[in-house]
Design a protein around this ligand. Structure first.
Ligand code: NAD
Length: 248
């Protein structure tokens, strides 16, 4: 084994929501780079074949997260990288603040904010004990600029970015870094209902300077770059991968 795979052999990455889309592509890429990968997902049966361990876990549930992280630590010995990827958009219907059902707001914040909080909270003690670790959260350009009619999602991704910065600040002295990836529009099961309709796809692509949406593998590239340990002085950073969307 040579190159990055040799450098990263034996390192452990936990990917939440690794059974689909960006998480699935990230698992495959991290495994190819030499990581031993554990997937935590609501639907582990669909989880990445590249993963060494797949666990059923609801990231919104404190005891479910604690049980899964304890199992990973017990079987794989330590966690070098946590990828907080599990996320939902909420209803397909556009909704501004006063139109957003309270239950939908709560559900979106639970998965997109409480989830990364619970998973980070669960892995941090073992990272502190080892004096190293990297928490990578998949936020969105919707955390940097507001998406029209996506009140709950936009607010949740802004909060996920600030959680990232908060962890970066609080644990830098412990040798732990926290960064975020901010994808623009990516073709996954989350977005295919929209992108499979030519008219809606054209409307989306019109707002992207590259003129196309991303493939999940292009976001996995960013996850792999951060996880590689290169860019080692970077922490608290939102890495934007959006084909120029947020530059408009
Ligand atoms: N697809 C995009 O255009 C896009 C753009 C920006 C950001 N993102 C973000 O990227 C991440 C991945 O999105 P995707 O497009 O791959 O979505 P996806 O729907 O394809 O995959 C999401 C995965 O998360 C899992 N999941 C959902 N709720 C969970 C829970 N409570 N506990 C555990 N697992 C749960 C699902 O089972 C699924 O496997 C999300 O955080 C999303 O907000 C996506």
């Amino acid at each position: 084994m040579t190159g990055p795979a040799a450098e990263l052999a034996g390192k452990v990455a936990v990917v939440t929501g690794g059974g689909s889309g960006i998480g699935l592509a990230s698992c495959a890429r991290l495994a190819a780079d030499g990581f031993t990968v554990a997937v935590l997902d609501l639907q582990p049966a669909a989880a990445a074949g590249a993963a060494a361990m797949t666990l059923r876990c609801d990231v919104t549930d404190e005891s479910s997260v604690a049980t899964a992280i304890t199992a990973v630590l017990g079987q794989l010995g330590g966690i070098d990288v946590l990828v907080n990827n599990a996320g939902i958009t909420g209803s397909r219907q556009a909704a501004r603040c006063h139109e957003t059902p309270v239950a939908e707001w709560d559900k979106v914040q639970a998965v997109n904010v409480r989830g990364p909080f619970l998973c980070s909270r669960a892995v941090l003690p073992s990272m502190i004990a080892r004096g190293s670790g990297h928490i990578i959260t998949i936020a969105s350009v919707a955390g940097l600029v507001a998406f029209p009619g996506r009140c709950a999602y936009t607010a949740s991704k802004g909060a996920a970015l600030m959680l990232t910065r908060s962890i970066a600040v609080d644990y830098a002295a412990a040798g732990i870094r926290a960064n975020a990836v901010c994808p623009g529009m990516v073709y996954t099961p989350m977005t295919s209902w929209r992108l499979d309709q030519p008219q809606l796809r054209a409307e989306v692509e019109e707002r992207i300077p590259f003129g196309r949406v991303a493939a999940p593998e292009e976001i996995a590239d960013a996850v792999a770059l951060l996880a590689s340990g290169r860019l080692g002085y970077m922490t608290g950073h939102p890495l934007v991968v959006d084909g120029g969307m947020s530059a408009l």
